[in-house]
Ligand binder design. Structure first.
Ligand code: NAD
Length: 784
């Protein structure tokens, strides 16, 4: 048993990071007290109201501003509004006694050693003997800070470096000081992983820790290396993004997002604290940076940086000319080099062709990649003990698709090191050792623990029990199988349906149950619209009807499968994706799941069983009881479908009734498969068989008329278009049983047939086809 057990946290400092950290703690179910300083002056408004510095509204003014931001849904800090009930707000004078009750106190105040030191001196007497204490500093030495902390508390003090935006950035760096106890680091690693859903990297106490230090070098090497070939800002962004495993934004666009002043400060700080001459060289900023800061060109926060977007007189994007310091119209990039690579599908192949190309672009990319590789090679063991920590830090903290050592493996360690040597570069000792030991890869001995097995890993293992182009089945041990969807863009087509049937057959014969997972960026974004629209235009009604029927049937096969099927959705889980989830026996959703039946946006209704299943989910609990009025329950489904409600998170999907109360959420995506597997094993023992012939009570004509009246009013109030009203009426018809007497009993198949009929009718309409077309072309719905 560990001596630590965090249930209540105090966050000190309620600015950008502190408020977001408090919110995310509440997301994970912790009780949080957020504190800030008491203002020392009244605002004009407060004076006008006759308030004094003694009034609590004044004393809590700063922290209350944070509260406003947290509860504003636009900030997206909370999974659901109800999480805010876990947060209390206070100030460091009146509420300091509450520190005694905290299990974890996080300091998140301004980045200034002196101010942080005085805060630690102030709060130390109120910290009890089991409380953990950490600082969210981006780079100040944790050992330096620990000097003002009482001896006995130092062993429970460490850095806890969250990344912005806290909810969405996976990385947290945990930085022990010299005295931090090992069990503290172990406990926090486990806690941040399992409870906060973070990816934990334990870093040593070096300036900038891991991610920011590598991030800075990788940015600035690009800025220096672009000079020789003379590439433009646009060209650099086109080259230095996904092609080399970094974010799509490339370099300059990303710098604008981070903030030019922030990056200037980071570079200056790191440069002042490193002894490595090469690093110092790279961190010497081009002159234009200071000029940009002087001119207020700070990036997105000042609406101008390397790029500037304007809305008037018309929308346009400009690029800063680094010589004239004027904004010029943004130019589209035309490079033969990129056009040639477009045809190459596999990332690894593309990367190799790019960095080993003898063109100017290839030379530039080689140098950029090389700078980062040689730099990270030197960081082991001083800055981090292993390659995984470094790779994870860059993937989780900087959204790199691949970590630097993964990239190095891909371009061939031996081959690249040969070239580096020829170019006169010094090979880091750690890398030389790897090669001398006869290893060819940095990842040769890496073992993944079972609780971190992901669908992507299964897919890469190439050990499928069954495989097809779009979905494969894997044995994940203990008699459990895992179906992994891997169709293009995670959409559903007839091949997917076929592969699900095959998987169910295999599971029926040889397994206890199955997890339904996906390896795409999103879980599943529904039917393949391209296919539907193309065939609708060609009037292939029979084929389309059969396809819809096949999807309904496979969802029913899942629902009535005799062994448990647990769906593991994450990211966008829309349309057909949501329908699969609705039909599975249990859902183990990732906290970041955006689920919804959004078919109305393309002029349709959910017809893979989604309309029926959401209805039954909502009405099931009262279906048999004739004394209870069904209408509020039916209206729940009606609203979710007609308004194309999409959950803002996994917990929100539960709050909105898209998931059921027995469904569960996992905060860390890495553990999702493992948890879903446990669910399968548990259900395998307890799951009762369902009866597909069961009759279900529906609202009938009376309720249909009521729902249609709602649609009429919405149309009259111009909230929806005439055509929307037409679709809404059809949805009302299906949801109430299709023109039957009030409180009739119907089968599921009856409801499915109604869905399909309405769907096929809508498909024939030009306005539906126009909606689909626009969605395919622009990704945005057309409201015609
Ligand atoms: P911020 O300026 O938004 O917020 C700082 C807060 O601290 C303010 O609410 C301020 O009132 C409060 N404060 C100031 N002096 C105080 C004191 N003496 N006692 C208590 N509260 C005090 O800053 P931020 O961006 O949230 O950064 C906070 C910390 O997090 C810094 O150490 C920063 O380096 C680190 N950090 C920031 C980011 C980021 O992207 N902004 C990312 C990672 C880490």
């Amino acid at each position: 048993m560990n001596v630590f057990d965090i249930k209540k946290a105090v966050v000190i400092g309620s600015g950008v990071m502190g408020s977001a950290i408090a919110a995310h703690m509440a997301n994970s179910g912790l009780k949080v007290l957020l504190l800030d300083i008491v203002p020392n002056k009244l605002t004009e408004e407060e004076e006008g109201k006759g308030l004094t510095l003694k009034n609590s509204v004044v004393r809590n003014r700063i922290v209350n501003m944070a509260k406003e931001r947290i509860i504003n849904t636009k900030s997206m800090m909370l999974y659901t509004p109800s999480n805010s009930e876990l947060i209390e707000y206070g100030n460091l004078e009146d509420d300091i006694e509450h520190l005694r009750d905290a299990d974890w106190i996080v300091e998140v105040i301004v980045e200034d050693l002196k101010i942080k030191e005085s805060l630690f001196a102030k709060i130390s007497p109120y910290i009890n003997e089991k409380t953990l204490l950490s600082s969210n500093t981006s780079g100040i030495s944790i050992n330096e800070m620990s000097k003002v902390i009482p001896e006995e508390l130092r062993e429970r003090f460490f850095g806890s470096h969250f990344f912005n935006p806290v909810r969405f950035m996976k990385l947290i760096e945990i930085i022990p000081n010299e005295k931090t106890r090992e069990d503290v680091v172990e406990y926090m690693t486990e806690f941040c992983d399992k409870r906060l859903g973070k990816g934990v990297v334990v870093a040593k106490d070096n300036p900038g820790f891991i991610a920011n230090r590598i991030g800075a070098v990788s940015f600035f090497s690009v800025l220096h290396r672009m000079n020789k070939p003379g590439f433009s800002i646009e060209e650099v962004d086109a080259l230095s993004g996904i092609l080399i495993g970094r974010p799509r934004t490339g370099t300059f666009r990303l710098l604008d997002m981070i903030g030019i002043d922030t990056i200037v400060k980071l570079a200056a700080y790191l440069k002042a604290h490193t002894n490595d001459e090469l690093e110092k060289d790279i961190l010497t900023l081009p002159d234009y940076f200071n000029k940009m800061v002087e001119n207020g060109m700070l990036g997105d926060k000042s609406r101008q940086g390397f790029y500037k977007k304007v809305k008037k007189p018309e929308r346009a994007t400009y690029t800063l000319d680094l010589k004239t310091f004027e904004y010029e119209s943004k130019k589209s990039v035309k490079m033969e080099f990129l056009a040639g690579l477009k045809k190459v599908r596999k990332f690894e192949e593309k990367l190799n062709q790019a960095v080993y190309s003898e063109t100017l672009e290839g030379q530039f990319l080689w140098e950029v990649v090389k700078d980062t590789l040689l730099f990270v090679g030197k960081l082991i063991p001083e800055v981090s003990d292993n390659v995984i920590s470094i790779d994870s830090a860059m993937k989780w903290g900087y959204n790199w698709e691949y970590g630097p050592f993964e990239l190095w493996d891909m371009i061939g360690v031996e081959k690249s090191v040969e070239r580096m040597k020829k170019e006169g570069d010094e090979i880091p000792a750690f890398v030389a050792e790897i090669l001398e030991s006869g290893k060819k890869s940095f990842y040769e001995d890496v073992v993944v623990t079972e609780d971190k097995l992901t669908p992507e890993m299964l897919l890469n293992s190439e050990k499928a029990v069954q495989s097809s182009k779009v979905g494969s089945l894997f044995d994940i041990g203990d008699g459990v199988a895992c179906y992994v969807l891997h169709s293009p863009n995670s959409t559903i087509n007839d091949e997917v349906i076929e592969s699900i049937y095959n998987a169910l057959d295999e599971v029926r014969a040889n397994y206890k149950g199955m997890v339904f997972a996906s390896a795409g960026k999103n879980f599943c974004i529904g039917a393949n619209l391209d296919f539907v629209l193309k065939n609708a235009k060609e009037e292939k009604w029979e084929l389309l009807d059969e396809t819809v029927k096949a999807f309904q049937d496979v969802n029913m096969a899942i629902k009535y499968f005799e062994k448990p099927v647990v769906a593991a959705p994450y990211g966008m889980t829309l349309g057909g994706g949501a329908e699969i989830v609705l039909h599975s026996h249990k859902v183990r959703a990732h906290a970041e799941t955006y689920m919804g039946l959004v078919e109305i946006g393309v002029g349709l209704l959910p017809a893979g069983g989604g309309t029926k299943e959401l209805l039954l989910n909502m009405t099931e609990s009262v279906g048999g009881n004739k004394n209870i009025d069904l209408s509020p329950f039916v209206q729940g489904a009606f609203e979710a479908i007609t308004r194309a409600v999409v959950s803002g998170s996994g917990p929100d999907a539960k709050a909105k009734g898209l998931l059921e109360s027995h469904d569960a959420i996992v905060i860390n995506k890495d553990n999702q498969l493992f948890k879903a597997k446990q669910d399968v094993l548990e259900l395998a023992e307890t799951m009762p068989l369902k009866n597909s012939k069961k009759m279900h009570r529906v609202g009938g004509n009376g309720l249909e008329a009521l729902l249609k009246y709602v649609a009429y009013q919405m149309k009259e109030g111009k909230f929806i278009s005439e055509y929307d009203a037409n679709i809404v009426n059809k949805i009302a018809h299906v949801l109430t049983g299709g023109g039957v007497r009030d409180d009739s009993l119907v089968t599921e198949q009856h409801l499915l047939d109604l869905e399909r009929e309405a769907f096929m009718n809508l498909l024939r309409e030009t306005k539906t086809q126009d909606r689909m077309e626009q969605m395919l072309m622009t990704g945005k719905p057309l409201r015609n």
